[in-house]
Design a protein around this ligand. Sequence first.
Ligand code: ADP
Ligand code: MG
Length: 305
Amino acid sequence: MADILELRDVRKAFRQGFLLRSREVLKGISFSVGEGEIFGYLGPNGAGKTSTIKCVLGLLFPDGGTIRIGGRPHLETRAKAGLGFLPENPYFYDYLTAAEFLDFYAQLFGLPKSERRERAARLLGLVGMEKAAGLQLRKFSRGMLQRIGLAQALVNDPSFLILDEPLGGLDPLGRKEIRDIILTLKEDGKTVLFTSHILQDIEMICDRVAILIGGRIHRQGRLADLVSENILFTELTVSGIDPAEVAGLGRSLSAQGGRILLKVFDDVGLESVLDLVRERKGTIHALIPRVQTLEDIFVEAVKNP
Ligand SMILES: Nc1ncnc2c1ncn2[C@@H]1O[C@H](COP(=O)(O)OP(=O)(O)O)[C@@H](O)[C@H]1O
Ligand SMILES: [Mg+2]
């Protein structure tokens, strides 16, 4: 798999405050994005995600390191030709309709009128906004704006898309819609790099992730390699037994209305609880193994940087 984007030891410091003290926000960032993959660049607010993206786009100049897009130095015009970008806080022209807005961007890329109309219609279809074509952007919800922003990032038919917090500020339904569009883009053969500080849902669509914390990449790789499939614990809801009998077998979370919620941490404990329930002719209401999630790694990493 060829790399579409490659960062090597990228560093960036900002001068801040009255004394203009220099503070390093990117402390040697290295990662690469392969052709055709969905890459999640994850980290809490202030980790340096947007700064990294600004460096890639040439909006900020790194103090050190190298960035290559499609094998070329990132500041070359040709390197950026196949790029689409959705900023974190896109600015929208309130009084344009969705169709006019896309047409405007298509004009910037020099597309002839006939082609512009066809492309705007196709992109509105892709982001599920056909019905809103004639609606002014000021009447759009956050989710609609995010979708039209995505359509705008696709106007020049880029092969590589960089999306800064595309799921930001969206409700679960809005997030699912954007995730589905990102998956469609991958099916179309495009490469997608997106940032997020919210982890929920992301593991469903990313091929690989990098976790950025305090300007350093904490972990990176395939999700399957980062997240162990080991069962961390099993949550059991049982009834028909005395809570005191299982007290030593796991951590009892609650016992209400005859139902006992119990967390057990190993197979032996689990078997013992199940045996006991069978013996007493009790009932197992639920048995939920909890495997490690990206969220667990993230929380752990934020706690112990
Ligand atoms: N232009 C700037 N000048 C000074 N500090 C900045 C500038 N841009 C970002 N920072 C600081 O750099 C850190 C990383 O910011 P950012 O890249 O926006 O993080 P993220 O996108 O992960 O939330 C933050 O502490 C932020 O305050
Ligand atoms: Mg950001």
